[in-house]
Design a protein around this ligand. Structure first.
Ligand code: GLC
Length: 809
C-alpha cells in the first residue's frame, strides 16, 4: 500500500533533476548493404539496421555493437523471419539516403539520423512512418521517439487497463501477478504484447512491434509532440508495419507473429470454474445441476485443490479418490475437465517431478549455478527453465498422466512467474535462461516465461493426443502466444468497473493478435451479486473465451446461486451462445486464417467513423452482430451508437438507420443486440443448423459464411471441412440465394438445414422447387418451406445445400 510519501517533493524534484543530456545516432555517414534486403546505416554514435520483410514490414534495429542481433524472439514465426520483400534499391542525395522496396521508400536524414517511410498508392507518395529518432542517456536504455498529433489514436498493446484508445496513456511491458484491483493506474498486468498501432483518420496505418521480452515502456502521455518507446535491457529491435487499414494491420502483424490454430470446438462453449471445487463429489454435483437445469456446459475447471499439496501432476487422493471414474461420468454428461498446472515444482526430495528436475538439471539457476527457489502455493519451489527445448519436452511429456486420466485441457497459471515474498515478485533477475541456445538473464527475457510454458504444454499435449486438438489456457504471455493458448485476463474483481474494463481489454488483445480471450465472468475476487452476475453473463456469453470463475472465500456464483430469475436470464444467454456457436466457430476459423479477432471494436468495421475511435462500451462479434450491454447497476436504459448502414434489433426485428444514437430500454432480462442488415448468420436452433438472413429494407446484396469441421481433430487440414460462402440478392419481388461450396469435405451427420429469412413482411408466393409444408409436416423434418406467422420468418428446410434458391414474394 502506498501513502502520500510517494509524492514527497524531495523525491519528485530529485527525479526531475536527474534528467541527463541525451545522445542520438548523430550524422549518418554511410549506408551499407550487408545482406540481401538488409542495410546498415553507419551513424556517429550508433548504427541502425534496416531489413525489408514481406508485404510492408521493415525491421529497424538500433545497433551499438559491431553487428546487429540477427536472431529474433520466438514471437516472430520462422516463415516471416525468412520472407523478404521484393528487390531493394539504395540511392542518395546530399541530405538523404533512400532505400526503395516495392511500394515503400525509407528515407534517412544524413545530418542527424531520422527515419521516415513513405508509401506509394495510386501514384501518390504518402508518409506512413516518422520522422523517428533514437535517443539515450545510457546505451542500455535507448528510446525511440515518433511524432504524434491531436489526430493520433493508439491501439493494441495487449492486456492493458483503460479505454480502447491508448491516447495519453503510458504502459509498462513487464508480466506481473497483480492482485491489486485492475484500475487505470496499473501499467502492467500478466501479459505483454509490445505492439502499438498508430492510427490517424483517413491515413495509412503504422504499427510498431518492439520485439524485446525485457521491460519496456510505451509512453503516449509525457510528450506533446511525440510518443516514446523505451527499453530497459536487450536490443531496441522493432518491426514497422505499414498498412492500408486496421484490418490489414492485424493481418500483417499476425503474419509476422502467427495465428491461432483451430481450437477444439468444446473450448468455445461455456466453462464453469471456481477456486476450488473441493472434491470429486462437488464437481459431479455441479455438472449434474447444470444438466438438471438444462443449462449448457462444456467444461469444468479444477483449481489447485485437486493436487496433492499443490504438487503439479498429482491428484489429492482424499479429495479425488478416482479422477478417472469422475471424468468418465462427466464425459457421459458431455462435460470435459481442464486442470490447472502452475510452473512451481515443490521442493521435496521424495517427489519424482522435483527429483527428475534436479537430476536432469531442468530448473532455473543463476550463473554461479545456484538453484533459484521461490515460494508459491506448494511452498518452496523450483522453476523449470521453459526457455530450453529439452525442458519443454520433459514438461510436455509430464502431462501424459493427466491426459490418460481423462483431462482434456490445461490451464497454465502463475507463469509470469509469480513468486511470493521475493522483492521482485517474480524470479531473481540474475537467473540465466538457456533461451533456445542464446543464453540470457531473466531480466532480459522475463516476458517470455509464460509464453514458453504454454508452448511446452501445447506441443507436449499435441504430441500425445493422437490427432486431437489441445486446449491450453494461460495467464501470462508474450506476443505470438495465440499459436498455443487462449488467455484469460487474470484476477479481476466483482466490480462493475471491471465488467466495463473487460471489454476494451479483450478488444485490444484481439487487435494484438490474440483472438481467444475473456475475463472471469462474474468477477474473481470480492463478492458478486445478482445483478452484476446477470449483466456479466449476458455480455460474457459473447466473449471469445467464456468462463465463470470465482475466488476462494467468495460466495459461489454459478448461474443458479441468486434465485430463479437470475438463473433463467443466465440460461437464456448461455443458450444464446450455443445458438451462435456456428457463427462463432466460423469466426474462430477466420481468425486462424487472417488473424482478425472474433470480438471486435466497432472501429475495426467502421474505421472512417470518428464516433467509434474510442467506443468500447459496445462491440461487434465478427462483422454482423453488435452488442451494447448494460454496464452499470440499477440501469435499464442506455444510448447506443449505430454506425452507417441499417441495423435490426435481434430480438424484435425493429429496424434502425445508422449514423445515429438511439436510446434503448434493456430491463435486467435484456442484452441489447443488433444485426447489421445485409448479414447472413449461421446459427444452431433446436438442433438445426440455420442460415439466418437479415435483409436490408429494400433491394440489396447480403453475405455470410459458414465453416464447419469435426471440431476436434486436424482432419480439416486435409480438406475435411465445409466452407460455404452464402450470398443473397434482393431485387423487386425476388430473393436469390447462392451457396458457394469452397470446401465440401465435411457435413454434420443427419443435419437438417434451414435457411431462415428473418423478419419478412409477408408470406412469400413460392420458393422455387420446394413446396409449402403443412403445419404437421414441419416437425417431421421434411424438405419444403413454411411461414412462421408469429415471428414473420420464412423457414426453408432442406437436407442438403443447393447451389441456389429463389424466393418469390
Ligand atoms: C491465481 C489465478 C486464479 C486461481 C488462483 C488459485 O490467483 O489467477 O485464477 O484461481 O490463482 O489457483
Amino acid at each position: 500500500m502506498q501513502t502520500s510519501e510517494t509524492i514527497h517533493p524531495d523525491k519528485v524534484l530529485q527525479d526531475q533533476a536527474d534528467q541527463k543530456v541525451q545522445r542520438t545516432v548523430g550524422t549518418v555517414k554511410q549506408a551499407d548493404k550487408i545482406k540481401p534486403h538488409t542495410y546498415l546505416l553507419k551513424g556517429e554514435h550508433a548504427d541502425v539496421m534496416l531489413q525489408f520483410h514481406q508485404h510492408a514490414v521493415i525491421r529497424v534495429q538500433l545497433v551499438f555493437g559491431k553487428e546487429p542481433q540477427w536472431f529474433t524472439t520466438p514471437a516472430i514465426v520462422k516463415e516471416a523471419s525468412e520472407m523478404r520483400g521484393t528487390e531493394t534499391e539504395l540511392s542518395e542525395s546530399d541530405t538523404q539516403f533512400l532505400i526503395r522496396c516495392g511500394s515503400l521508400t525509407a528515407v534517412i536524414e544524413k545530418a542527424e539520423y531520422a527515419l521516415s517511410v513513405f508509401k506509394e498508392k495510386d501514384g501518390e507518395s504518402e508518409i506512413v512512418y516518422g520522422p523517428a529518432q533514437f535517443r539515450w542517456e545510457h546505451e542500455k536504455t535507448p528510446t525511440l521517439y515518433h511524432p504524434k498529433n491531436e489526430m493520433s489514436h493508439f491501439y493494441g498493446l495487449g492486456e492493458k487497463t483503460g479505454f480502447l484508445d491508448k491516447k495519453e496513456e503510458k504502459y509498462t511491458m513487464w508480466n506481473m501477478d497483480v492482485y491489486d484491483p485492475h484500475v487505470p493506474s496499473i501499467e502492467n498486468l500478466y501479459v505483454s504484447i509490445p505492439f502499438l498501432v498508430h492510427f490517424e483518420y483517413n491515413r495509412p496505418v503504422c504499427g510498431t512491434f518492439l520485439d524485446n521480452p525485457g521491460k519496456s515502456v510505451f509512453d503516449m502521455r509525457s510528450y506533446k509532440e511525440h510518443y516514446a518507446i523505451e527499453i530497459e535491457s536487450g536490443v531496441l529491435d522493432t518491426y514497422l508495419i505499414c498498412a492500408d487499414s486496421l484490418k490489414d494491420m492485424i493481418t500483417q502483424y499476425t503474419a509476422l507473429t502467427g495465428r491461432m490454430p483451430m481450437p477444439p470446438k468444446w473450448s468455445i462453449g461455456y466453462h464453469q470454474s471456481r477456486y476450488s471445487y473441493m472434491n470429486q463429489e462437488e464437481v459431479l454435483e455441479i455438472a449434474r445441476t447444470f444438466k438438471a437445469k438444462n443449462i449448457p456446459l462444456d467444461v469444468i475447471h479444477l483449481d489447485i485443490h485437486y493436487m496433492d499439496e499443490y504438487r503439479v501432476f498429482t491428484w489429492d487422493k482424499t479429495r479425488f479418490p478416482d479422477p478417472k471414474k469422475m471424468m468418465e461420468e462427466l464425459e457421459e454428461m458431455g462435460v470435459k475437465i481442464v486442470t490447472i498446472v502452475d510452473p512451481g515444482v515443490k521442493k521435496d526430495p521424495n517427489y519424482p517431478v522435483y527429483q527428475e528436475g534436479i537430476e536432469q538439471d531442468l530448473f532455473c539457476r543463476n550463473l554461479e549455478g545456484d538453484l533459484f527457489l521461490g515460494d508459491v502455493w506448494p511452498g518452496t519451489s523450483a522453476f523449470p527453465d521453459f526457455t530450453s527445448p529439452r525442458v519443454r519436452e520433459w514438461w510436455g511429456n509430464k502431462h501424459a498422466g493427466l491426459l490418460a486420466d481423462g483431462v482434456s485441457g490445461i490451464w497454465n497459471d502463475m507463469n509470469e512467474p509469480s513468486v511470493f515474498h521475493n522483492d521482485s515478485k517474480t524470479m531473481d533477475m540474475d537467473v540465466v535462461h538457456e533461451y533456445d541456445g542464446n543464453r540470457r538473464t531473466h531480466k532480459e527475457i522475463h516476458n517470455l516465461y509464460g509464453y514458453y510454458m504454454s508452448k511446452g504444454t501445447f506441443d507436449g499435449m499435441k504430441e500425445q493426443m493422437e490427432g486431437k486438438r489441445p486446449f491450453v489456457l494461460t495467464r501470462s504471455a508474450y506476443a505470438g502466444v495465440q499459436r498455443f493458448a487462449a488467455v484469460w485476463t487474470g484476477d479481476n474483481r466483482s466490480f462493475w468497473e471491471h465488467l466495463q474494463l473487460s471489454i476494451p481489454m479483450v478488444l485490444n488483445l484481439g487487435m494484438s493478435g490474440v483472438a481467444f480471450t475473456g475475463p472471469d465472468i462474474g468477477g474473481f475476487a470480492h463478492a458478486t451479486n445478482a445483478e452484476l452476475l446477470t449483466r456479466w453473463t449476458q455480455v460474457g456469453a459473447l466473449f471469445p473465451f467464456c468462463r465463470n470463475h470465482s475466488a476462494i472465500d467468495t460466495p459461489y456464483q454459478e448461474p443458479w446461486r441468486f434465485g430463479e430469475e437470475v438463473e433463467a436470464i443466465c440460461k437464456t444467454y448461455i443458450d444464446l451462445r450455443y445458438q451462435l456457436l456456428p457463427y462463432m466457430y466460423t469466426l474462430f476459423q477466420e481468425a486462424s486464417q487472417t488473424g482478425l479477432p472474433v470480438m471486435r471494436p466497432l472501429l475495426l468495421e467502421f474505421e472512417q467513423d470518428e464516433q467509434v475511435f474510442n467506443l468500447c462500451d459496445q462491440f461487434m462479434l465478427g462483422s454482423s452482430l453488435m452488442t451494447a450491454p448494460i454496464l452499470r447497476p440499477s440501469t435499464e436504459h442506455r444510448t447506443v451508437y449505430l454506425p452507417a448502414g441499417e441495423w435490426i434489433d435481434f430480438w424484435t426485428g425493429e429496424r434502425f438507420s445508422g449514423g445515429q444514437h438511439i436510446m434503448v430500454h434493456a430491463p435486467l432480462s435484456k442484452l441489447p443486440l443488433f444485426v447489421k442488415a445485409g448479414s447472413i448468420i449461421p446459427m444452431k436452433v433446436d438442433g438445426k443448423l440455420q442460415l439466418q438472413v437479415y435483409g436490408l429494407n429494400g433491394e440489396g446484396r447480403y453475405q455470410g459464411r459458414l465453416y464447419e469441421d469435426d471440431g476436434q481433430t486436424y482432419a480439416y487440414e486435409q480438406g475435411k471441412c465445409q466452407e460455404v460462402n452464402v450470398t443473397a440478392q434482393e431485387s423487386g419481388s425476388t430473393l436469390q440465394l447462392a451457396f458457394e461450396q469452397v470446401q465440401s469435405g465435411y457435413q454434420q451427420p443427419d443435419a437438417l438445414l434451414q435457411v431462415v429469412v428473418r423478419f419478412t413482411d409477408s408470406k412469400p408466393l413460392s420458393v422455387a422447387g420446394l413446396s409449402e409444408l403443412a403445419a404437421e409436416d414441419v416437425p417431421l423434418n421434411r424438405e419444403g418451406w413454411f411461414f412462421d406467422e408469429q415471428n414473420h420468418d420464412l423457414v426453408i428446410q432442406m437436407k442438403q445445400l443447393p447451389d441456389s434458391l429463389q424466393v418469390h414474394k
